[in-house]
Design a protein around this ligand. Sequence first.
Ligand SMILES: Cc1cc2nc3c(=O)[nH]c(=O)nc-3n(C[C@H](O)[C@H](O)[C@H](O)COP(=O)(O)OP(=O)(O)OC[C@H]3O[C@@H](n4cnc5c(N)ncnc54)[C@H](O)[C@@H]3O)c2cc1C
Length: 405
Amino acid sequence: MSQRIVIVGAGQAGARTAAALRRLDDTAEITLLGEEQDLPYERPPLSKDILNGAAPSKATIFPHAWYEEHRIALRSGVRVAAFDSRTKRLSLGDGESLPYDDLVLATGVRPRLLDVPGATLDGVLTLRTIGDSTALSARLTAGARVVVIGGGFLGLEIAATAVARQCAVTVIESGSELLPRIFGGFLGRYLSDLHRENRVDVRTGATVAALEGHTAVEAVRLADGSLLAADVVVVAIGAVANDELARAAGAECADGVLVDAQARTSLPSVYAIGDVARQRVHRLGESVRVESWENAELQAQIVANTMTGTAPAADAAPWFWTDQYDRNIQMLGGREADDLIVMRGEAGAPSWCAFFVADGAIRGAVLVNAGRERRHVKRLIDTRQRIDCAEIGNAQRPLASLTAH
Ligand SMILES: Cc1cc2nc3c(=O)[nH]c(=O)nc-3n(C[C@H](O)[C@H](O)[C@H](O)COP(=O)(O)OP(=O)(O)OC[C@H]3O[C@@H](n4cnc5c(N)ncnc54)[C@H](O)[C@@H]3O)c2cc1C
């Protein structure tokens, strides 16, 4: 009998798992269950092009016909209420019961909500779904006063798009600087300058005490007593893992479903991937939950490999990107405090790179409007190739010529 594989969560990781599985196993019965009504889609455009007015279909991963052609039973608008790993059955929101042999949890995350008075006033929004993006987009009219709470990547992208729509934008960040954990604050300092140059009022070390208004939000009250007039408030203060299903079924969870490097949870035949998965990192004795496009792609492939007994892919440096104003910013690998910083071009220029170098090899890099270099930099990082700092810092010397073939 063919394997019955059920994937819960029809987002990026869920859809990519279905595709990877079908490539590896022609006979498996694959069911993809998703609470949202839309065809599975990617979320990055929601804070960029779609927020700026592009058609939501831009984010669709596969057209409707693709699921039929690949014999994937996509069921949209279906919420999974519970599962039992002993009987290997799922209960759907409408009471239907469904059997499985292998179960993949790809339930993602939801926005963390602000816990202050006035947080439910009209005009206070979050951004996670297509509906959220179009609702926010409709409010970004020229001259609107937009207060973004949270100076992470999402908040900053929303700020940049709101500026492009001619809104007056303030970003409130409770930390003393932006993105302190990303390359030791290197990128945060660059982005706070970039946003200020674009007339965004970036306020770090500021805490929101209340949102004020009658039925709709009219102002944001900060803890120091100051008041900011607001037509729209966007709350972008991080996300909470949708791990309740797994927790109720007895899987080990800690803001995310705990998994090993093969995406296996603590329950037999149950896997978790994407934003909801928290991977144990034995080397460090800790665990990490990564919310990124690349992680969703990679973990989809990993779980498909695990379920079909295919060899795992080699480890590679993590990659993340953000688009703000006219800058495409790509981040690869990481940085330790003692790493040497080698610049290729100046940070004020439209295009530049920074490399974080340790023991003669690149550990991580920031590429600004230099996406064409990503392939070469990735190779230098993944192979830990020894480099000459003067050569990688010389913008006249093509990086392609430095990678060992
Ligand atoms: C606005 C925005 C911009 C982003 N920009 C970038 C970027 O520039 N670069 C980058 O690398 N990453 C970016 N990301 C992150 C990236 O989009 C996510 O990491 C990725 O979407 C994770 O995919 P996922 O499948 O794990 O989760 P999701 O795409 O969230 O999918 C989870 C799905 O599961 C469904 N679900 C949950 N519970 C149930 C249930 N019980 N029953 C049925 N269905 C359920 C949800 O409704 C959802 O559709 C961005 C994210 C957002 C929100």
